[in-house]
Structure formats: C-alpha cells, structure tokens
Write a protein that binds this ligand. Structure first.
Ligand SMILES: [Zn+2]
Length: 113
C-alpha cells in the first residue's frame, strides 16, 4: 500500500518541477524504481493515475524503469546482479556485500508541454 505514498511524493516533485519550468502540462514522467524498494509497478501505476486527477499530471504517462539489484562483494571484489535478496556473493559465497543499485526511487526525467 506504500505505492500511494510514493506516487504522492513523485507527483509533488514532478508538479513542482513543471511549475518551475512554466509547463502547461506534463506528457510523461519517467521514474527509476529499484528492486529493493519492493514497489509493485502495477500498484504504482494505479496510485499515480488515481492521485494525478485534477493536477498538472492528469493524463500523463508514467514510465517505470525497474533497476535490478546489483551488489559488489567486499571479499572477491566482483559485482553481481542478484535475483532475490539472498545476500550471498554468487562467486565466492561471501555475505559481506555492498548494494550498488536497486534502492532507486526517484523521478528520472519528464516530458513537459
Ligand atoms: Zn565474492
């Protein structure tokens, strides 16, 4: 259910940006969503469509770029993409991993009128 809170803040950011640029409307908003955020894209689309009604973003297309979870291993130094958050290096089985990507949750770009 946190998709509604996320959509709300994305809409706020996009609206502020558009206002700053004197936009009459917004065609699309591209957001980066990392796998670690456990955001469900369908739920985010639904929340976005619902909450954008009556704002500059009404009718705007939400484009979600899903960012995979990648980690770098402190032991062998290799970077890997993990499918599941089973925090273990696929090369050496070490568990001392640093998250490189996968925590993103922000507006990447938008097309304004
Ligand atoms: Zn390793």
């Amino acid at each position: 259910v946190h998709e509604f809170a996320i959509a709300e803040s994305l809409i706020k950011i996009a609206t502020e940006q558009a206002a700053k640029n004197g936009a009459a409307g917004i065609f699309s908003v591209r957001v980066k969503v990392g796998k670690m955020t456990s955001v469900v894209p369908e739920a985010l689309h639904f929340a976005f469509d619902t909450l954008s009604k009556g704002t500059l973003l009404e009718g705007a297309k939400l484009v979600i770029d899903e960012v995979p979870l990648t980690v770098s291993c402190a032991k062998c130094g290799k970077s890997s993409e993990l499918d599941e958050p089973a925090f273990q290096c696929p090369h050496c089985s070490a568990t001392d991993l640093k998250i490189v990507t996968g925590r993103e949750l922000h507006v990447d770009s938008m097309e304004i009128d």
